[in-house]
Design a protein around this ligand. Structure first.
Ligand SMILES: [Zn+2]
Length: 149
């Protein structure tokens, strides 16, 4: 298990998603999107997770968009209890992760959000979840790494 090695899992798996769903309560696309965002941050910063990174997330503070927060917490181990996740209201979904003297800025692409919103309207949940599991990071996010933490 990733946790017994003191390192968060870096890659999407159905098992990771199922455990996140157990935590969050339903198979929501924004939960999946938050998981993907957290996995991107772990990989980009070379972080182990839980204690060696922190994040600040800006997004609309109501479901379903706010479900992304549970995905980020679950995948990165940045949690409300440890105070290494900060949240603020914003019209656009974006986050800044810091760790190992680096920072990663991530924003969800408008096209990805349109696709998620269209699938929610159409009630095609499984299809969008497959896409969120398989899409390459640049299909979902724009991101940049900044030196200096
Ligand atoms: Zn949700």
């Amino acid at each position: 298990l990733g946790s017994s090695e003191g390192r968060k899992e870096r890659a999407w798996s159905e098992e990771l998603f199922d455990r996140a769903v157990e935590f969050h309560g339903h198979r929501g696309p924004y939960l999946a999107l938050g998981l993907r965002m957290g996995l991107l941050a772990l990989n980009a910063l070379g972080a182990r997770g839980w204690f060696d990174l922190r994040c600040r997330v800006s997004l609309p503070l109501k479901p379903p968009q706010s479900c992304i927060l549970d995905g980020i917490q679950f995948s990165t181990g940045c949690t409300l209890g440890k105070r290494n996740i900060e949240v603020e209201e914003g019209a656009v979904i974006r986050a800044e992760f810091r760790g190992s003297g680096k920072a990663l800025r991530v924003a969800v692409k408008t096209e990805a959000l349109r696709r998620i919103e269209a699938s929610i309207s159409a009630g095609s949940g499984d299809e969008i979840l497959s896409w969120l599991a398989e899409a390459a990071d640049p299909e979902l996010f724009s991101s940049e790494i900044l030196g200096g933490g």
